[in-house]
Design a protein around this ligand. Structure first.
Ligand code: HEM
Length: 146
């Protein structure tokens, strides 16, 4: 199905782009909530983004990576079409796993004491920075794939 941004990308790519940019902004709003000590609202906001992204990876990005990138690896890896998407996927996988870990460690009592976080703030800051870098590589992938 054709996209709706007029760039020639598919509907899935356009939808993912718009949702990802909205979610990246929502994480910024969530950070501001934490700064104002609205910790409950902060937790709901950041967790919703991390969980929604599981669906976007499973339905849009992983299939696009499997069909569009994997068949060309490792032979074509020097081409930006493959290298930027691969960097994005590797960093994105790490950001998503770290996000899930933070949600479980900070928001639940499921993990044993020794696996919980002792310095939430530092990990959440690192995760936010990594997430925004991943979004940057994602936007680059979108343009390179046009
Ligand atoms: C925190 C995790 C992630 C974030 C924030 C993120 C963000 C983005 C953004 C903003 C785009 C541009 C929109 C688009 O072209 O669809 C994108 C595209 C893409 N992402 Fe991710 N991504 C993440 C994880 C992943 C993972 C784990 C993979 C693969 C295993 C992946 C593979 C791709 C691919 C192949 C595209 C291009 C899809 C297309 O245009 O058809 N991403 N991502």
């Amino acid at each position: 199905m054709g996209g709706f941004l007029g760039t020639g990308a598919s509907f899935g790519s356009d939808l993912n782009l718009v949702l990802q940019l909205s979610m990246a902004s929502a994480l910024g709003v969530g950070m501001a909530l934490a700064r104002r000590k609205h910790y409950r609202a902060h937790a709901v906001c950041q967790s919703a983004v991390v969980l929604l992204n599981v669906a976007l990876i499973a339905r849009i990005m992983l299939p696009a990576f499997r069909d569009g990138v994997l068949p060309g690896l490792p032979v074509e890896v020097a081409k930006p079409y493959y290298s930027i998407a691969t960097l994005h996927a590797a960093a994105g996988g790490a950001a998503q796993l770290l996000g899930i870990y933070i949600v479980i460690a900070a928001g639940t009592k499921l993990l044993p004491e020794r696996l919980r976080l002792s310095n939430y703030r530092r990990w959440m800051r690192a995760e936010l920075a990594l997430w925004w870098i991943v979004v940057g590589f994602g936007v680059a992938t979108y343009y390179i794939w046009l």
